[in-house]
Write a protein that binds this ligand. Sequence first.
Ligand code: DHE
Length: 553
Amino acid sequence: MREFLIALMLVVAFMAGGMAGGTQAIAKEHPDGASDLKSEYVLTPEQFEETRQVYFDRCAGCHGVLRKGATGPNLTPIKMGPKGSKKLRDMIWYGTGGGMPGWGKMGVMTEDETDLMVKYMMNEPPIPPQWDMTSVMASWKLIIPPDKRPTKPEHDRDIENMFSVVLRDAGQVCIIDGDTYEVISTIDSGYAVHITRMSASGRYVYTIGRDGKATMIDLWMEKPDTVAEVRCALDARSIDTSKFKGYEDKYCVVGGYWPPQFVILDGATLEPLKIVSTLGYTYDTEEFHPEPRVASIVSSHIAPEWVLCIKETGLVWLVSYKDVNNPTITMIEAERFLHDGGWDSTKRYFLVAANARNKISIIDTLERKLVANVDTGGIKPHPGRGANWVDPEFGPVWATGHIGDDVISLIGTDPEGHPESAFKMVRKIQALSSGNLFIKTHPKSKWVWVDHPLSKKEEYRTTLGIFDKANMEAGIFKTLKVADYGKAVHLEYNKAGDELWVSIWGNMGDADKGKAGEIVIIDDATMTIKHRIKNLVTPTGKFNVYNTMHDIY
Ligand code: DHE
């Protein structure tokens, strides 16, 4: 009965507030009821709950809900105890050279929050509840059924040049007309919404919140709005759609962080169809991992399948959606801990960062095997989806920047034309700063653009580095300062490939000063700012419909 009540409390708490849940009593108790938590680390239930939420918001993404480590190291009490409070506090406050932000120094965590986090680290992590098909199904809302939706676009805007923009801290996305820069609609989505992807036809935008809530927006509506939503997990980061010929707009898949699972949904209604756990064994040591999270997902153009990166086990799963109730899964051993990645220019090879191991794993989705694990020569590669262009010497290349290093690494991707350099690192270029998250170019552009939102130098957080594709060896061609507040993060081209959009991620609390955020639009040819879409609340990722549908980056 006690277990049942605890489980019930946890589910209720999770449902109430994103990832809310867990109690300290559970955290520190041994099965026999004894506790070995030193009195200096005891937190009141309120402090425990507050700190658990801070941990979820700031730390869980890199270290895992169970704190077993992934992009960041293992933070369980057995590892943290020997460090002692002072060292731990300094790491949280000042950050580390390996890419951990200085939460205190950056003004994100207060002195009190930092002290509480030190104590929280000495407590056992609470185990969150599960979220099975009954819960997923109960959360499903079909707001506008397909037969009640428009039969043709209700406007004459160019849907393919619309942008779906994540308004992160508002838990919203907005749809912007890329031709007129008009914000057409602002729509509630999941908590700290993370990314959006498009249906193969481009009609629908799918969003995923950190609370696992997926929403579906119809761009044919005069004022695009949500037509369906469903909560697929309690913590999630990825979503994609079926893009293979004959399956366009048919299915959608959501990857869960917690519980570690993925859910296949009907593409037109978001009705949940299939749930699959990703629990399993690490690819190398074959140890059981209790939290193998689904990181990036891409949709194959050459087979009816998705490529799912299972972070902690280091496996890339090719999941067929030919028969969704009986999905076949090919598990490819790659590297730990898989994070973000994208296609090469032919969309045959998928390149994904195993960022804690400083590697890029390359998967051949035609031959269905690992081609190589390439050492990038930098700390914590973070490509977003990466950038593709043709290097004058090495032919087609794909590139990534790094969180923990000021270098850009270029990998050859043309085994036919340039076999000598294929799937090897061909250039390592000096960047402006570490703290890079995203890199972008467009087939029509001469330039490669790089952001540095996590730079240790405040100045660089709003400065973009621009490189000449034809002469990367020369290093930075130019820098462009795009704002005097916040962080310049995530780059995206318009459909024509002649404008680059960058978000200025400010503070929600600074909305009255006009500093909650904006989008800066840069003329790609002249590298000058041509427009600002102001007064957006904390914009981060933004996705042009055409470029996202066709995986152009
Ligand atoms: Fe992301 C992509 C996970 C923090 C903005 N982020 C991804 C992907 C994963 C991921 C697994 C790949 C999705 C895919 O392609 O299917 N992100 C995580 C985290 O675990 C992490 C490190 C910490 C967390 O708690 O979430 C994290 N991410 C952030 C941010 O702080 C960013 C900068 C701002 C925000 O909105 O939260 C951020 N992540 C993004 C963006 C993408 C992304 C914009 C998509 C890039 C693209 O061009 O496809």
